[in-house]
Design a protein around this ligand. Sequence first.
Ligand code: GLV
Length: 371
Amino acid sequence: MSDKKRIFATSRIGEPAENRLRQNGYELEVFQGPEAPPKKLIIEKVKSGIDALVTTLRDPIDAEIFEAGKGSLKVVAQIAVGFDNINRADANKYKIPFTNTADVLTEATAEFGFFMMGMLARKMYQSERLVRDQKWPSWHPFLPFLGDEVTGKTIAIIGTGRIGLAMIKKCSGFDMNMLCYDPAYHNEKYVASIQELMDLRHARGIQKEKTWIKYVDFEEALKGADYVSIHVPLLREGETDKPTYHLINEKTLALMKPTAYLVNSSRGPVVDEKALAAALKNKIIAGAALDVFEKEPLPADSPLLDPEIADRARLFHHFASGAQITRLSVDPDKGMAGRTAQAVIDVLEGNYGGDPAGMPYVVNKEAFEEK
Ligand code: GLV
């Protein structure tokens, strides 16, 4: 057997980043997909003594995997910012660092959230269908339908982490008012800076109306918004004192205006899909754009696929970060693939003094910090 360090990747991460790992002297085996490998295969590979495991959000990573890697597995590198598929407590118990790809997908994800919102509200899908299906009879002031503007409206930003803040930045360019809510952390400085920018735009005549941004509680955010955009991580009961699982449910949907739209580019289980489908059907809210689902790919029997709500539900294939540079650049400051490769290299080469707590892309630093 060669003495090269070995990596197993549960998916391709693109040629440039794969080459970087190989050029670094590692033996890289890649599951060719396109689906995720069965967990059994991941366990088998980990048991065979690999040094690093590259994962996607489709792979359940828990004690079974860490146990299989005891004494050999040194890092789990996830090509995603979200890591709800990785059991953090288990990783900590086995003292295995795991990494994610925060930052590099922030702008791409936020812009996709913004575009989904626009597509939904301005009925772009219906408009294109009309043209393609040759059902466009004539230009008319309001027939066969109208959309709703985004400009000048109020948006609730649920979750003001990196992506929520990037969404705020984009919305401020569209003269939107903003109701911010975050269950854990308030970035008052950012919000104050956006207010300054808004005031300056108004003072210089760049925007006609004065606009505002403020932190409010969850209920006020839902009640006051024309658009509600979700940017929280998925946290289940038992993982935190502020779980986000089914944060949007029958009760919270009922707080929204009947004319309001929901946009979710975070994680599917943050929204109770059954409740959402019912709310769309009963016109409790006006529409929803979803990039993520409770179960992915979306099952054929999902209530969200009900033809009766097709005009109100825009559905995408977990695609928000799916842009060329964001996904594939080998530069760790630009691409998820590059960041994943660098995260593996940091651990396997013992960069940062070999201390995972000092490595920028390690998530579970707490497992390595001096108590
Ligand atoms: C995608 O959903 C990610 O978490 O990167």
